[in-house]
Design a protein around this ligand. Structure first.
Ligand code: 13P
Ligand code: ZN
Length: 280
């Protein structure tokens, strides 16, 4: 199924679609094993840094081969694309979906760059995500407020024809210093007027009940990155303390399987079954 159709279907069903970042073969396989064991679809995301680290073609081929190997339905997505040039390279490399992140640009400039990406993605049949509002990036202040305004979200989606919109409703990237408190009323108001799939960035560290409430009120795509890196690296560190093992194939599997366990809990979370039950 095309990603757009899947997201529209899941939005109707008030369930989420998990979008996980991967950084190497181990984190990719950790995610895919979880999706395969639970028979759930997943979006595999690459940022510019991950593309630089693995190489564009290798990263895409690795993602596709992994989906095939684990028998998982999934899509390759550019996360936080910072320029039209990068988006173009990803479209040429066969991405199913691209994000253009103009969230730090003035409103009109964000519309302009997003429009350009929507136009280019059309002939590739690729899905496009944009962002409106301030979702703090790693190292940026969590204190600054820049929540997405419903009227602006509507105008933005209408003016750009974008498929998915990342909204600022109280999340931030990375770990939280204080417990986040998502603005569900604001989300409801955005969902009412914006004709696009709504995306929650910065889901690491958000209590599962809040993510589920967000899904019940309009969010569909849920982005997860920091918790994956964190569990992988911390497990590795523990494994390596006092170890003289040099066979990396014996060292990595424990960390990979911790990623699998984490992603399984997130896949169960985004299914949002308690809501599904209340629908019946
Ligand atoms: P976290 O790193 O906070 O999970 O956010 C992920 C994200 O939004 C990727 O775009
Ligand atoms: Zn993000």
């Amino acid at each position: 199924m095309k990603l757009k159709e899947k997201l529209e279907l899941f939005t109707k069903q008030k369930r989420g679609l998990l979008a996980t970042n991967f950084y190497n073969l181990e984190t990719l396989h950790g995610v895919l094993r979880a999706a395969s064991e639970l028979n759930e679809p997943v979006i595999l995301q690459l940022t510019q840094s991950s593309i630089d680290y693995m190489g564009l073609d290798s990263a895409v081929k690795m993602g596709r081969a992994g989906l095939e190997q684990f028998g998982v339905e999934g899509w390759i997505h550019l996360d936080h694309g910072g320029s039209v040039e990068l988006v173009q390279k990803c479209l040429d490399a066969g991405f199913d979906s691209v994000m253009i992140d103009g969230s730090e640009l003035p409103f009109e400039e964000n519309i302009k760059i997003t429009r350009e990406v929507v136009k280019r993605a059309q002939s590739y049949g690729a899905h496009v995500e944009a962002e409106l509002g301030y979702v703090a990036k790693l190292g940026q202040s969590h204190g600054k407020q820049g929540f997405t305004q419903p009227d602006e979200a509507k105008s933005f989606v209408d003016a750009t024809g974008v498929d998915a919109l990342a909204v600022a409703i109280g999340t931030a990237h990375g770990f939280y210093k204080e417990k986040p408190n998502l603005d569900i009323q604001l989300l409801k108001a955005i969902a009412k007027v914006a004709n696009a799939t709504l995306v929650l960035h910065g889901s690491s560290g958000v209590p599962h009940s809040q993510v589920q409430e967000a899904i019940s009120n309009g969010i569909c795509k849920v982005n997860l990155a920091t918790e994956i890196k964190n569990i992988f690296m911390n497990t590795l560190k523990n494994e390596l303390t006092d170890s003289t093992e040099i066979d990396l194939r014996k060292v990595f599997p424990k960390a990979t399987s911790q990623v699998t366990d984490l992603v399984k809990t997130k896949l169960l979370m985004i299914k949002n079954e308690s809501h599904a039950k209340t629908l019946h």
